[in-house]
Ligand binder design. Structure first.
Ligand SMILES: [Zn+2]
Length: 522
C-alpha cells in the first residue's frame, strides 16, 4: 500500500517538475483564480485588520501586551470559527499565551499544523524612522526614499507599498496570512484537504522558553503529521522558498575587566590594562579573516548533509553577487556560497560595549568591556557542548573564566578575568529530510502555485524552535516563508512589502486546498 502510494507520489513529482514551465496542474487553475479574486476584493479589510494588530506592542518580556495580542488574535480566530483557546504552561500561567485553533474537515487525509508567532524582537525606538508600534505605510522602502502614504489612500494596496512596524514581517504577517488564507477557503466553500491546527506562539523571539512544556502538556491536541511554519522570507531573488530545517541558536554574554574604576588615560595609559583592547584581542582570536572559527572542535559533531541536500544547495540560483552589491560589501567573509555557509555553525558578534564614543567620548581607561555573541547551531551540535567549546577557548587564551562579577580577591589573584554565561532560551537545530514524502508533497504544492521555479533548501540560516517541536511531538516541520528578504527583521524599520502579503495569502490558500496526499511512515 505504502509502496503503491509512494510511486503515485513520485509520478506526481515527475509530472510537477516537468510541467513547471508549461501549464500548471489542472487543480491550480480555477481555485487559484477564485482565491486571487477573493483576496483582491478584501485587500483593504485585510490590511486594516493587520495594522490594528501591529499597534499592540509585542515583546515577549511584556506580559500585559502579550496577553492583549493573544486576545486580539483569539478574537480574530473566533470570528472565523476556528475555536481558539489560549494555552499557558502549568507552572507559568503569566507566560505569553500560545493561541491554538482548529478547522476539522470530514474525510481529512491527515492533520497539518500551521504555525506563526506574534511576538517580535526588542526595539530601540530612536533608531526607527517612525515608532515601531505605529504601523506606517510608505510608497517604497525607506532607503529608496519611500514617502509616507495615508492609511486610507488607494495606493496603500499596491504591491510595492511597504508597511513599517515591529512584527510587520516577523511574524505577525504569518498570523495574517494564515487567517486570511483560511477566510478565502471558507468564503469560497473550498474545503481544506486536511485537518488544520493553528498555532500562534507568543515568545519565539525570546527562544520559545515555554513551547516544549505547552506541547508536552497537550500532546493529543497537537497530534499532526507535519508542521508548516509561516515565518521568514522568500528567496532573495523573489522566488518562493521551501526550507526543510532551521539552525539552532544560543547567545553568550562575555565581559572582560580592567581597573575597578575608570582611570585618566594620560596618568595611567601605557600602564593600566585596557579591557576594550583585551576584548578585541579575545574576539579576534576566535575567528580569522576567511570566516573560519578557530575555537577547538567548533566544526566537530556536525551531522553531514545527504546527497539530496547537497544537490539542492548546488541547484539554487547563484544570487550572492547581487546581494553583495546591494549590501555594499567589497567581498563576503568566506569563499563559500551563502547557502552553504549557513549549513555550518556560526560565531557572530551581536554587539560590543566599552567606554563611550561620539559626543560622550572621554579620555579614559574603561573598567570593563562586554560583548554578546550569537552562536547558530546545525544538526549534531548540542547547545551546551558548543558553548563549552567557547569557554575552553577563552581559558586557553589565559583567562580565568567565572559566571559572576569578579570579587576583589579574584581581581587581585587573576590578571585576566572573563565572565561568561549562556542566555536562557537556547535550542538545537532541526532538519526534515528533503525526501520526506509529506514535506516534499507540500513543496510540490508550493511549486505548483508558482509561475517561477522555487528554491528548496535543507536549512534556513535563521533559527526556529523546530527542534523543540520534533523532540516534544516526534513530528517534522517545514518552513514556507512569505516576507520580502529585505524586511529588516530583528532590526529597526522592520517592514513588509504588501505584494508579499497578497502572494502569501494566495499561496497558503492554494497549499491548504490542494496539499497532495503523501505516504508517510511513523
Ligand atoms: Zn520569526
Amino acid at each position: 500500500m505504502q509502496n503503491a502510494r509512494r510511486s503515485l507520489l513520485s509520478n506526481a513529482l515527475i509530472r510537477f517538475s516537468v510541467g513547471l514551465v508549461a501549464a500548471l496542474p489542472a487543480w491550480a487553475g480555477p481555485a487559484a483564480q477564485e482565491i486571487g479574486s477573493y483576496r483582491t476584493a478584501h485587500e483593504a479589510a485585510i490590511l486594516d485588520e493587520f495594522m490594528e494588530l501591529l499597534k499592540i506592542p509585542n515583546l515577549a518580556s511584556d506580559p500585559g501586551n502579550s496577553r492583549r495580542n493573544a486576545e486580539a488574535i483569539a478574537a480574530m480566530m473566533r470570528r472565523r470559527g476556528l475555536s481558539p483557546r489560549m494555552l499557558e504552561p502549568r507552572d507559568k500561567p503569566d507566560a505569553p499565551p500560545l493561541v491554538y485553533g482548529e478547522w476539522k474537515v470530514p474525510k481529512a487525509r491527515q492533520t497539518l499544523v500551521l504555525y506563526a508567532h506574534y511576538d517580535g524582537q526588542p526595539v530601540n525606538p530612536s533608531e526607527w524612522a517612525t515608532s515601531p508600534w505605529t504601523p506606517t505605510l510608505r510608497s517604497a522602502p525607506l532607503n529608496a526614499d519611500g514617502a509616507v502614504i495615508a492609511p486610507d489612500a488607494a495606493s496603500r494596496l499596491q504591491p510595492e507599498t511597504r508597511l513599517y512596524a515591529r512584527g510587520a514581517a516577523d511574524d505577525k504577517a504569518g498570523v495574517i496570512v494564515i487567517l486570511n488564507a483560511l477566510d478565502a477557503l471558507r468564503s469560497l466553500h473550498l474545503q481544506p484537504t486536511d485537518n488544520l491546527k493553528i498555532v500562534f506562539e507568543g515568545e519565539e523571539e525570546a527562544g520559545s522558553p515555554h513551547l516544549r512544556a505547552i506541547l508536552e502538556e497537550n500532546r493529543q491536541l497537537f497530534a499532526a503529521q507535519l508542521w508548516i511554519i509561516c515565518d521568514g522570507p522568500v528567496h532573495q531573488s523573489g522566488r518562493k522558498q521551501v526550507v526543510y530545517g532551521a539552525r539552532g541558536d544560543e547567545n553568550v554574554l562575555l565581559s572582560v575587566y580592567g581597573p575597578n574604576r575608570p582611570l585618566h588615560s594620560g596618568h595611567y595609559g601605557n600602564w593600566a590594562p585596557n579591557p576594550a583592547l583585551r576584548l578585541a584581542r579575545l574576539l579576534s582570536s576566535m575567528k580569522d579573516e576567511q570566516g573560519q572559527v578557530h575555537v577547538r572542535g567548533w566544526y566537530d559533531d556536525i551531522t553531514p548533509l545527504g546527497p539530496t541536500e547537497r544537490q539542492a544547495i548546488a541547484a539554487t540560483v547563484d544570487y550572492d553577487d547581487t546581494i553583495r552589491k546591494q549590501l555594499g560589501l567589497g567581498a563576503p567573509e568566506t569563499s563559500r556560497p551563502l547557502n552553504e555557509a549557513i549549513t555550518l555553525p556560526s560565531l557572530n558578534i551581536n554587539g560590543m560595549r566599552s567606554g563611550n564614543v561620539g559626543e560622550q567620548a572621554s579620555n579614559m581607561i574603561p573598567e570593563t568591556a562586554s560583548a554578546v555573541l550569537d552562536l547558530r547551531l546545525v544538526v549534531g551540535n548540542d547547545p551546551q557542548r558548543q558553548y563549552e567549546k567557547l569557554v575552553d577557548h577563552v581559558r586557553l587564551q589565559g583567562y580565568y573564566v567565572i559566571d559572576h562579577e569578579p570579587t576583589a580577591e579574584e581581581r587581585l589573584a587573576h590578571p585576566l578575568i572573563a565572565t561568561m554565561s549562556l542566555k536562557p532560551g537556547s535550542y538545537a537545530a532541526a532538519r526534515t529530510p528533503m525526501d520526506d514524502p509529506l514535506a516534499h508533497a507540500i513543496a510540490d504544492a508550493v511549486r505548483a502555485s508558482s509561475d517561477q521555479p522555487i528554491v528548496e533548501l535543507p536549512t534556513s540560516g535563521g533559527s526556529l524552535p523546530l527542534s523543540i517541536i520534533s523532540e516534544a511531538l516526534q513530528t517534522h516541520s517545514i518552513v514556507v516563508g512569505i516576507a520580502n528578504y529585505d524586511n529588516n527583521q530583528h532590526a529597526a524599520n522592520e517592514n513588509l512589502r504588501i505584494g508579499n502579503l497578497w502572494d502569501g495569502i494566495d499561496l497558503y490558500a492554494a497549499l491548504l486546498r490542494h496539499a497532495p496526499a503523501a505516504a508517510r511512515k511513523h
